[in-house]
Design a protein around this ligand. Structure first.
Ligand code: WQD
Length: 348
């Protein structure tokens, strides 16, 4: 990216990657439909980075609005694509919304990119594409086999982008398979802001800690693991963000379509996460053992060696800091991020 170029970040409201891009003196244009984010998150990014960002309230399904953003910013030379629906459980209830938003939305974005000649994309994929993997830790060569509509949208979009790069040798793409994002920005000013009841472990546990939720239900204690609870690879959101920056820079090498696991390579059980977060909070947290959650697998732990080597990137933040940063965020923002009254975001 030359000094005069910009990165378009779709679904970038509240993105830790935007903070790392700004810290790296990149120019950033954010589009977001604000379905899963608040305009206050944009304000927080500007406060943390001390820099202005250009923001448009745009849905990736709106081809006309997308073309207008690129027309306003001919200096955009690459895209980091986060926009999409992302709750596994919800995807089983409203699969059509997930296929339409995540797949049709991405195809609309790619068609516009093709029209305007922007051919570098970093895509936010997910470890959920691995389904129930045969080998742990999981290499990128592990067979793909999503077990829910959300995961299937990620797997299908990976195929769309891979086929696009195969047919057009001047396209370059990095498909980033996240393991379990956790923690919050070290400032305590930006973190996960789930709407309604959190689906994921750590946001739910942190709401138990501020007594917004009564008790965490541990989904199953009969897995073949050291303590019977399932294992995941919890990676700090700032490490994840730095992985995006490294992947974006990798595209300058014209690699074609490449995929990378973004994880720590270290798995933690649910009970170990409860213990780690309890240490950060400093008092016991209420939990009970419940039934397994449909669709959950025993272990999703990354083999991150390909990203470590090819992106010169390694997750560095330890679990203790991840839990401390989440607790700091939750204490400072007990109600998450709320838009100040009358805060109408600028239209495109
Ligand atoms: C973690 C562990 C649960 C909640 C999902 C998506 C994945 C990614 C991250 C987007 C599991 C257990 C959870 C609770 C529990 N999202 N758990 N009680 O399911 O590993 O991954 O979010 O990229 O794509 O699939 O994350 O946080 O929901 O669950 O015991 O109230 O915690 O069973 O073992 P998951 P999670």
């Amino acid at each position: 990216m030359s000094a005069s170029s910009s990165v378009l970040v779709t679904g970038g409201a509240g993105s830790h990657t935007v903070i790392e891009l700004l810290n790296d003196n990149q120019q950033v244009v954010i589009i977001d439909n604000l379905v899963n984010a608040s305009y206050e998150a944009i304000r927080r990014i500007e406060l943390i980075s001390g820099k202005k960002v250009t923001f448009y309230k745009v849905d990736i399904l709106d081809e006309k609005a997308l073309l207008q953003v690129f027309a306003n910013h001919p200096e955009i030379s690459s895209v980091i694509h986060f926009a999409g629906l992302k709750a596994v459980g919800e995807s089983t209830r409203i699969p059509l919304d997930y296929y339409y938003n995540n797949i049709t939305g991405t195809i609309t974005l790619l068609q516009v990119m093709k029209k305007v000649g922007v051919k570098d994309i970093v895509f936010s994929s997910s470890a959920t594409v691995y389904g129930d993997p045969p080998v742990i830790p999981i290499p990128e060569t592990s067979p793909l086999g999503s077990t829910n509509p959300y995961g299937r949208t990620k797997q299908f979009v990976e195929s769309v982008i891979r086929d696009l790069c195969t047919a057009n040798k001047d396209w370059n793409a990095a498909l980033l398979r996240y393991f379990n994002p956790a923690g919050a920005h070290s400032s305590g000013m930006l973190g996960e802001n789930p709407l309604g009841v959190p689906n994921n472990l750590m946001p739910y546990l942190s709401q138990v800690a501020i007594r917004k939720r009564e008790c965490l239900s541990v989904y199953g204690k009969d897995y073949p693991t050291k303590d019977g609870t399932a294992i995941r690879d919890y990676i700090h959101v700032t490490d994840l963000a730095k992985g995006h920056l490294a992947a974006l820079k990798k595209l300058a090498d014209k690699p074609g379509c490449v995929e990378y696991n973004l994880g720590t390579g270290h798995g933690s059980t649910v009970l170990e996460m409860i213990q780690a977060f309890t240490k950060a909070v400093g008092r016991d947290l209420s939990y009970q053992i419940g039934d397994r959650r449909a669709g959950d697998v025993t272990n999703l732990t990354a083999d991150p060696s390909k990203a470590n080597k090819e992106l010169n990137w390694t997750a560095e933040i330890e679990l203790e800091e991840t839990c401390a940063s989440l607790w700091n965020w939750q204490c400072k923002n007990p109600n998450g991020l709320e838009d100040c009254p009358g805060d109408a975001p600028p239209e495109s």
